[in-house]
Each structure stands twice: as C-alpha cells, then as structure tokens.
Design a protein around this ligand. Structure first.
Ligand code: NAI
Length: 439
C-alpha cells in the first residue's frame, strides 16, 4: 500500500518506518524543514532504540522517504495518517490547530478517494471535526471526492516504540464504513500475532479509549506516589506493599512504581485534556483532577526532601543530578520532573551539575539558561563537591555504581533517590544518608 504520514515526530516517524518495514511504501511529511533535511540526510531527529537502523534499511530499500511537499504527500497515499502534535491549550484542552491544518491540506490537495486516519491523541468528536474540515475545503474547491475518517490512536511507549508498534497488545480502530474497515484490516494484518489484535469499534469509543488508557495509568502512578509518601511517615516499605498488592491479579504488578512524578509528552497533557472534556460536558472529573494535583506535588518531592535535610535556604549549596529525561531510553524532556526540580533548586539559590547519558543536549536546549545549572560529561564527574546526589531518571547505568567512589566525590554522603534504585539497608550500611520514595 502507499501510505502518507502527516507529522514526522515520535509517533509519525515510528509509524511510518514500521509500516515500511512490513512492505508498504511510506512517505513521511513534516512542516519542519530542518527535521525533514535531517531525515533525508540519514539522521534521526529523536533518540529511539532501534529506529535508526530500521529507517536506514527502509530508505535503502526504496520503501520510505521524507518530504515537506504537501501536495505530493497528499497525492501519494491512499491512506493519510495524521500524526501531528496535540499540545494543551491554555485551559488544558487539546489544541487541535495542527490536526485541522493537516485536514485542510488533505482537502486542498486530494484528487482521488482517501482514508484519513487520526493517529494523534485527540478528544472525542475530533474525527467529526476533521471530516467537516476536509468537506468544507473540498466544497471551497468545488470538488466532490469520497473520503472517510478513521480513529486509530497509538499506544506505543517512547523507549520501546518499535517493539510496541511491531508487536502491539492491541490495535484500536474506530471506523464506520466498510471500505475503511477493510483497508485497516489489511494494513494491520502483518502485525497480528497468535490471535486477532484489532479491536474495531465506533469512532468516539476509539477516541476515548486512548485517553482512558493514559488516565488510568497516570492514576495508578499518582495513587502509588501518595501511598509511598504515607508509607514513609508510617514506617512501612512501599516496595513490599507493591509486591503485596501486585500479586492480586485484579491489580497486577505493572505500573505500580512510585517515583518523582510522571512526565513526558502524553500523561500530563492527556489527563488535562480529559479533565477539560469532562468540564465541557458538565462532569467534574474529580479523580483525575486529584491525580494531576498529586503529580504536581510529587515532582517537588525530591526538593522537599532536600529542604528537610539542608533547610529552606539552599544558597551556596551544590547538588548533582543523575537523569534528566522524563524516563530512560529517551531524550524527551517534555514535562520531565527534572525541569521542576532544577527550576526549584535555582529559585532557592543552589547550583546543579546534571548528567544524562542521552538527554543532555535536549536538556541544554530547554533549560540550559537556568541560573547555576551546569552539565557534566559523565556520571561520576557530576558528583564532584556536591552536597547530595539526586536521582531523577532510572537509567540502567545508574543501577550498580561504585559507591565508594560516590562517597569520595560527594561533600556529604547523601543520596535522594526518586526512582528507588538501591537497597536502603545496604546503602545505610555503606554510610549513606539514603532517602528513597516510600521506603
Ligand atoms: P511530535 O511533536 O514529536 O511530532 C509532531 C510533528 O508534527 C512535528 O514534527 C511537527 O513539525 C509536525 N507537524 C505539525 N503540524 C503539521 C502539519 N500541518 N503538517 C505536517 N506536519 C506537521 O509529537 P508526537 O510525540 O509524535 O505526538 C503526536 C501525537 O501522537 C500527539 O497527539 C500525541 O499525543 C500522540 N502520541 C504520542 C506518543 C508519544 O509517546 N510521543 C504516544 C502515543 C500518542
């Protein structure tokens, strides 16, 4: 099949590359000429394990290409994926301007029937808006061409995006006409494993499914964070509690890890957007409002612990931070807890030496001008003369460090661990003031 992907960010690039990998011809479009130039020159604008090789292989095979030419891109694919950003508006609702701009471009340039697929995470009712936008644009041109709009939200996780796309748990497709359903069935046939992974449903249910999934996961995290904070005061160990409840199959072990708050491009904005959708319908969405509030507080948790240890005024203090990305295996800094922590430390007059194996460049771009923030070239160099080490992202390389060397580098043997990387009893035996989350 010939497929066009509109928007070549995380989701668009991974979707396009994986669809090419199974034999389709894919053209990825973006309005950002720098991004397309990088891709055309064989570079990858994001860090995603396995993606670079897969892009190269498919470009070499002539199945994958990149363009900024909107008319050519719309002409190319019988399926047009919309995978542009849907950032939060001022009131938290999803800003649909990029989605609707993409829809308008499709309407302006299509000359034969198309199936338009909303891949972006969009509020319920967006497929109708996309449909209306394309229809209005066609009418402006006096053109009468058939098209349908399908909802196909994406569930990939950054850091494991290729694996998630190639071996999905499920593929949600909201489609209401037979031709589109048949086309989607053919498109996703190569990704079926031992049983049918496609869940066909109506468009509105598909749109809501994506938000429901992210909101449920965010809820689990905020719940565990709150429980962890309570466990600290009660003298319980959240890690043992986690195992104790996870063994109940109704609860399960996944996604029960407390930490320094959730971030990234999806959970924060999708929770906000679902709250906004609720508000529009007259529903207070009390649970999700609390989930978000708890997360905002949790992002400051490590600083709260520092303040407890060193006092309110951190003027003249120097801290090391390990990990800046919102989670390991990505360079994504969107809504990362490290941003809140660094800003709060700067506000209190402390200086920071930060290290991240992959996200340092992106971190420089988004918060490089924060007063007192410096970047270290390796994890041990970050520790020199620091009053404490804060661990914000659980990169594998931080799992088994040389604790003697850490102790020798730090001014004081204090580790504030936002990701529960180490055994508290052992660290205390080694002479550290070790503070984790909920232990
Ligand atoms: P992104 O910001 O990485 O990529 C979006 C791309 O679209 C950018 O390169 C931008 O230049 C381009 N763009 C904007 N308007 C355009 C237009 N009119 N024509 C062509 N290109 C245009 O965003 P990301 O992370 O890929 O997210 C895209 C959507 O997928 C969002 O709705 C997001 O919520 C959703 N999503 C993201 C996931 C993630 O892990 N990043 C996972 C699942 C869904």
């Amino acid at each position: 099949m010939n497929i066009t992907i509109i928007g070549s960010g995380y989701v668009g690039l991974v979707t396009g590359t994986c669809l090419a990998e199974v034999g389709n011809h894919v053209l990825c479009l973006d309005v950002d000429p720098a991004k397309i130039a990088t891709l055309q020159q064989g570079g990858i604008p994001i860090y995603e394990p396995g993606l670079e090789d897969m892009v190269r292989r498919n470009v070499a095979a002539g199945r994958l290409s990149f363009s900024t030419d909107i008319a050519a891109a719309v002409a190319f694919g019988e399926i047009q994926f919309i995978a542009v950003g849907t950032p939060p508006d001022e009131d938290g609702s999803a800003d649909l301007q990029y989605v609707l701009a993409a829809a308008r471009n499709i309407g302006l340039h299509m000359t034969e029937p198309k199936v338009v697929v909303d891949k972006s995470t969009v509020p319920v009712g967006t497929a109708d808006k996309v449909k209306a936008q394309i229809a209005a644009t066609l009418a402006e041109r006096g053109a009468d061409i058939a098209f349908s709009v399908v909802s196909n939200p994406e569930f990939l996780k950054e850091g494991a995006a290729i694996e998630d796309f190639m071996k999905p748990d499920r593929i949600v497709v909201g489609a209401e006409d037979e031709r589109a359903i048949e086309l989607m069935r053919r498109l996703y046939a190569p990704f079926q494993r031992n049983h049918d992974r496609i869940l066909f449903m109506d468009v509105r249910s598909a749109e809501l499914t994506k938000y429901a999934a992210n909101a449920m996961l965010a809820t689990r995290i905020s719940f565990m964070n709150e429980l962890a904070n309570l466990a600290e005061d009660l003298g319980a160990d959240i890690e043992l509690v986690r195992r104790g409840i996870g063994s109940d199959p109704r609860i399960g072990y996944h996604f029960l890890y407390p930490g320094a708050g959730y971030g990234g491009s999806c959970f924060p904005k999708d929770v906000k957007a679902l709250v906004a959708s609720g508000r529009e319908q007259g529903h207070a969405m009390r649970v999700l409002t609390a989930v978000e509030e708890a997360n905002e507080a949790q992002k400051r948790r490590l600083v709260d612990k520092l303040v407890k240890r060193f006092g309110e005024d951190l003027q003249g203090r120097h801290f090391a931070i390990w990990g800046l990305a919102f989670k390991p295996n990505t360079d994504d800094m969107r809504e990362a807890s490290s941003r809140v922590i660094v800003a709060e430390l700067a506000r209190r007059g402390a200086t920071v030496a930060a290290y991240d194996p992959v996200a340092a460049e992106e971190a420089r771009r988004v918060m490089g001008d924060t007063p007192g923030l410096g970047f270290a070239d390796d994890m041990m160099a970050a520790l020199q003369g620091a009053d404490a080490l804060l661990i914000v992202t659980e990169w594998k390389m931080f799992r088994a460090p040389d604790f003697d060397a850490i102790k020798a580098s730090l001014k004081q043997p204090v580790i504030i661990d936002g990701r529960n990387m180490y055994d508290p009893a052992w660290l205390r035996e080694l002479g550290f003031d070790y503070q984790a989350i909920g232990r």
